[in-house]
Design a binder for this molecule. Structure first.
Ligand code: CAA
Ligand code: FAD
Length: 380
């Protein structure tokens, strides 16, 4: 693994940092408070080519590598993880899933506008009774010749209200268990598709999380992704890459907290000196920096493996497990370093602490990452 960033990768990192600091930062606290989706800012993100970063330019993407994606996700997540989760879902779940497994027609019709950021995508696996236990799908898709009929409910869907293309996992044959699951492309304006309630969340409050309801939604057969019965493997393969995105989000949250805490520790005085001159504070910064660097290396390792076309399941699970714990630890310490000022909403650091928690839950909880990692170890 080469730890030197290329000029192109450095330029991507710089562009993402500039965008985050200048475009996202000014409104981030207010958007969080009002739970307001960053519609205009995400349009600008698309103009930078960041909504289809890794997609081939022939399908409207930017053709960058996964390492660049990690660098961009880190910089954007330092400031606003509500924006970076939208970006992560669009890039690594929706665009990647379509590019890797879609037909040429599906790519032309759906991937091109998604990768250009003209449309936003959503990935719909979780249900009220199927979260970690993702094979227990209750949403059904009945084969009726030239189309399927979908019925059921998905919940917690990121970009649920702002997307126009939805990749939906559903059970076509209960008898076959996970081999009877398929993935479908559903358009927002298909009859019977309803965007339900928006969640009122602890963190990533300006991201757009909704319940989705399918009432006899007719989906043409050409909208099924892959061979019959491929849906569960489609979801698992796609999530392997998605977890690199969320690991990088967690890394960014932690690194953003360290930047804020370091700056504050140089400004704030107590007992006649800057607080970083108290060893207890300096040691907190040292611990945070070390854990963040370890998280960064795990993210870059998983990204490099993906760029080399090697298996990434374990590496991405390790990166997500470790970086999400680091995000919780680092943001908690950053609030501590800010004292009372860390507890009020005028300071970005309290939002980072609330945003950190979700990285241990979505795209597979920390316990599920341990299931993936330990199964891999024991199978060796
Ligand atoms: N790649 C390919 N195939 C895979 C796979 C992978 N990574 N992981 C499992 N499979 C296959 C298995 O080989 C098996 O197929 P065969 O029988 O043909 O061998 C099949 O899938 C079933 O696998 P398991 O027996 O391992 O299934 P399980 O019921 O034990 O569950 C699990 C495995 C890893 C726990 C899985 O259910 C899981 O990942 N759960 C978490 C779900 C999740 O991450 N949800 C995220 C939703 S999206 C999201 O959250 C987005 C967001 O917030 C922004
Ligand atoms: P459960 O699966 O019920 O888990 C409850 C607890 O039990 C957890 O601590 C879990 O780790 C533990 N547990 C469960 N099984 C095991 C086990 N085998 N071993 C050890 N511990 C276990 N989903 C999507 O499909 N698309 C999205 O875009 C999306 N976005 C989301 C956005 C937000 C803000 C949130 C909150 C969720 C989102 N999700 C999305 C859903 C998310 O992926 C699930 O919440 C997550 O997978 C956990 O499922 P669950 O909530 O049903 O918890």
């Amino acid at each position: 693994m080469d730890f030197q960033l290329t000029e192109e990768q450095q330029a991507v990192k710089a562009a993402a940092r500039d965008f985050a600091q200048n475009v996202l930062k000014p409104g981030a606290i207010e958007r969080d408070e009002k739970q307001e989706f960053a519609k205009e800012e995400i349009k600008q993100l698309a103009e930078l080519g960041f909504m289809g970063m890794m997609t081939d330019p022939k399908y409207g993407g930017s053709g960058m590598d996964t390492v660049s994606y990690v660098l961009a996700m880190e910089e954007i997540s330092k400031i606003d993880s509500s924006v970076s989760v939208c970006m992560s879902v669009n890039n690594s779940l929706v665009c990647w899933g379509l590019e890797k497994f879609g037909t040429e027609e599906q790519k032309q019709k759906y991937l091109v506008p998604l990768a250009k950021g003209e449309k936003i995508g959503a990935f719909c696996l979780s249900e009220p009774e199927a979260g970690s236990d993702a094979t227990s799908q209750r949403t059904t898709a009945i084969d009726e010749g030239d189309h399927y009929v979908l019925n059921g409910t998905k919940n917690w869907i990121t970009n649920g209200g702002s997307a126009s293309v939805y990749l939906v996992i559903a059970q076509t044959d209960v008898e076959k268990g996970h081999k009877g699951i398929n993935a479908f492309i559903v358009e927002r304006d298909m009859d019977g598709f309803v965007v339900g309630a928006k969640e009122n969340k602890m963190g990533i409050r300006s991201s757009d999380t909704h319940t989705l309801i399918f009432n006899d939604v007719k989906v043409p057969k050409e909208n099924r992704i892959g061979e019959d019965g491929f849906g569960f493997k489609f979801a698992m393969k796609t999530l392997e890459g998605g977890r690199i995105g969320i690991a990088s989000q967690a890394l960014g949250i932690a690194a953003g907290a360290l930047e804020l805490a370091t700056a504050y520790s140089k400004e704030r005085k107590a007992f006649g000196k800057e607080i970083h001159k108290h060893q207890a504070i300096a040691f907190k910064l040292a611990d945070m920096a070390t854990e963040i660097e370890a998280s960064r290396l795990l993210c870059l390792k998983a990204a490099s493996l993906k760029d080399e076309g090697k298996p990434i399941g374990h590496a991405s699970a390790m990166a997500k497990l470790y970086a999400s714990k680091t995000a919780m630890d680092a943001t908690t310490e950053a609030v501590q370093i800010h004292g009372g000022y860390g507890f009020v909403k005028e300071y970005h650091v309290e939002r980072l602490m609330r945003d950190a928690k979700i990285t241990q839950i979505y795209e597979g909880t920390s316990e599920i990452q341990k299931v993936v990692i330990s199964r891999g170890l024991l199978a060796e």
